[in-house]
Design a protein around this ligand. Structure first.
Ligand code: NAP
Length: 641
């Protein structure tokens, strides 16, 4: 069939050239595409700018054009795939730098050229299949991690049920419906590694698209029949005599039921319980007051006086959306966000780009690989604390200070015409201290609007009429919106978990949640958490990657139990404690661990209880499979009725 050359030409102006060149090695079987002079030298903080001259770009496009037409107008048969050494060269080419040997297996796995990955459940042996059939697992949460667990459990042949408090799947993407809510990781990477979506409408799509993706996943994998919606978990109690968890569920009708299960996977996320600030008079406000995660779509903001408390990642997204329609807005800011320049943050994925994803074999894999590699550990060195740093506390190293200078100048330039804002919009804490946001200019444009005031005086009181600041001024408002974040360090706050010896998990934690690899806690056998303590990432990668690693490990634990014929596995305290000591020490070495930073990453004791302080590769390696020596393995299993 003749190729739509107009579409192809448009596509080649927007496609990612290094990923297309790698795809051509598959299409033509010719390794000579990987020319040194075509190798990209990416420009930092750009949208994949290759740093090549316009002449070289044009040469690559012309070669791609001819090869793609030849393939599409030919029999479309692909030659035998490239050998391992060639794939390694292709990875180096697309990454724009040699991938260190230590990363080779990790990068190869992420790429999964042949479709297989270490993250696939390995339950092929009949004996394991038989054992899997007898296992029953309860998953708490039907968000991104819970659905993923369901997919992997069903692939392994394990019986499972998922419960969720909401009436539909999606978790955070179901709950956060505030105007402007969107993903802040490139969507072609923020999707399951085994479920690429060529139809993402934007590079960072809005929330309804993310929800649609996860709903589609639930349908495609037949997960809905396994899910009890509008059901709350009240308690999980370990039955030491039978080695099973008894889980009390409360349905929408208020009735409770207790189910027995061999293992529990808690996939409830870190950011699902809104946090309201402890401000005097908070309940006295006369008008509608709500949190960003519980957006009141029934409250018409048109022409209203609106007060917003908080300028974190959520407020950063909804303030520019609502500013044009409100009468007046007062934004109360304690600390400004660091906005990293991402010009295409709100841009549509071009039709040509989608066409390439659909029509050029392996382009999707190599584009994802490019996104993955350049965000994997790419930014981490910039936020690493240098113990010898003796510059300003607004940075943690020379590299961090240089980045600060560049981004600070970028932010300041946007308000050059507003001297009153200059001193307010550039943070004084280091970049990487808190979650940086992606900035395409709409944030500061909103704050510059004539109907918006940015107030940096401390909020001291809320009255029926508005918000009072430390200078004694009452800022009147009809509607009050809290963009004040979540009770992140209060892990699993809405249900009790009673393990061995009748010890309750929250009592064990005492407000300072810890786990081994974020997943298991001594004394709580067969209880696994996804996105548990110390598994959040600040500047590198996508949290979906982390969930995929965690689920691989959990499925590996079930496999280990099946192989060894044991009913329960309980992580050893010494292993858990040694791991946590390493985590705590390492967290001090990053911008977010700086004593000059306060954020939701730190708990009430000032300990960083949220973040993973190592590279992605370290989590990938640590979660390849459980080490049996890390666990106390207990007794023969008894099937659960
Ligand atoms: P957040 O980042 O914790 O921001 C809360 C904001 O409220 C901060 O500006 C905080 O100021 C402010 N605040 C809290 N108490 C206050 C008080 N008493 N007075 C004045 N200001 C107060 O919460 P979030 O914006 O909901 O974001 C939470 C996390 O969710 C993010 O870090 C990110 O991981 C995730 N998120 C992701 C996306 C996305 O991917 N698109 C979008 C939204 C959220 P301080 O900075 O001074 O503490």
């Amino acid at each position: 069939m003749p190729v739509d050359t107009a579409m192809l030409d448009e596509a080649l102006t927007v496609g990612h050239l290094p990923a297309l060149v790698a795809a051509m090695v598959h299409v033509t079987g010719d390794r000579s595409w990987l020319k040194d002079e075509w190798r990209p030298q990416y420009v930092q903080l750009s949208r994949g700018e290759t740093g090549l001259s316009p002449e070289v770009d044009a040469e690559i496009r012309a070669a791609l054009r001819a090869a793609i037409i030849k393939y599409l107008e030919g029999d479309r048969k692909l030659p035998p795939g490239p050998d391992q050494a060639t794939v390694r060269r292709m990875m180096d080419f697309v990454a724009g730098e040699p991938i260190p040997e230590a990363y080779a297996d990790f990068a190869m796995d992420e790429l999964s050229i042949a479709g297989a990955s270490t993250k696939d459940p390995q339950f092929e042996q009949p004996r394991l299949k038989e054992a899997a059939r007898k296992l029953k697992v309860l998953v708490i949460g039907a968000g991104m991690s819970g659905l993923l667990t369901g997919i992997r459990l069903s692939q392994a042949g394990v019986t499972f049920e998922i419960v969720d408090k909401n009436p539909d799947v999606g978790g955070t993407w179901y709950e956060n419906t505030y105007p402007g809510c969107r993903v802040d990781n490139s969507n072609h990477m923020y999707s399951y590694s085994f479920e690429p979506n060529h139809k993402w409408p934007q590079h960072f799509s809005p929330q309804p698209e993310l929800l649609k993706y996860f709903q589609g996943i639930a349908d495609k994998y037949g997960l809905r029949k396994h899910i009890r919606f509008e059901t709350l978990v009240e308690a999980c109690v370990w039955d030491e005599a039978k080695d099973v968890w008894r889980v009390t569920l409360k349905g929408k009708d208020g009735k409770t039921e207790t189910v027995e299960t061999n293992a529990v996977v808690s996939a409830v996320g870190q950011l699902n319980r809104p946090r309201f600030p402890d401000i005097e008079g908070r309940d006295t406000f006369a008008g509608p007051a709500f949190h960003s995660a519980e957006w009141r779509h029934d409250v018409d903001l048109t022409g209203k006086k609106v007060a917003v408390i908080g300028t974190g990642a959520s407020a950063f997204q909804f303030i520019p959306e609502i500013a044009p329609k409100v009468g007046h807005m007062t934004v109360f800011q304690r600390n400004p966000p660091w906005g990293l320049p991402v010009a295409h943050y709100h841009e549509n994925v071009e039709e040509g780009f989608k066409w390439l994803l659909d029509n050029v074999p392996f382009y999707d894999k190599w584009y994802r690989f490019y996104l993955f590699w350049t965000t994997t550990e790419g930014f981490l060195p910039m936020v690493k604390s240098d113990p010898t740093w003796n510059g300003s506390p607004g940075a943690v190293s020379q590299a961090n200070a240089e980045l600060r200078e560049m981004v600070g100048a970028y932010l300041a330039a946007q308000v050059a015409d507003r001297p009153d804002l200059v001193g307010k919009v550039v943070p004084d804490y280091p970049i990487g201290g808190k979650r940086a946001v992606l900035d395409n200019g709409v944030w500061l444009a909103a704050l510059k609007r004539p109907n918006v005031d940015l107030v940096t005086d401390k909020v001291v009181k809320i009255t029926p009429k508005g918000v009072v600041t430390a200078d004694g001024k009452e800022h009147e408002a009809d509607v009050l919106i809290y963009g004040t974040g979540f009770q992140a360090s209060n892990f699993l706050s809405f249900y009790k978990v009673t393990g061995k010896g009748g010890r309750e998990l929250h009592d064990v934690w005492g407000g300072d949640a810890r786990a081994y690899l974020g997943m298991t806690v001594p004394g709580f056998p067969n209880f696994f958490m996804i996105y548990g303590p110390n598994t959040n990432i600040v500047v590198n990668g996508s949290i979906i990657f982390f969930s995929e690693c965690a689920v691989r490990y959990i499925i590996g634990c079930l496999k280990l139990m099946a192989e060894k014929g044991v009913a329960a596995m309980d992580v050893k305290k010494a292993v858990h404690d040694a791991f946590n000591a390493k985590v705590d020490e390492a967290n001090k070495g990053w911008a977010w661990g700086s004593p000059h930073v306060s954020s939701w990453y730190k708990n009430q004791f000032g300990r960083v209880s949220q973040n993973w302080p190592f590279g992605l590769i370290d989590y990938w390696r640590a979660t390849l499979a459980p080490n049996p020596d890390d666990f106390v393995l207990e007794r023969q299993p008894e099937p659960v009725a």
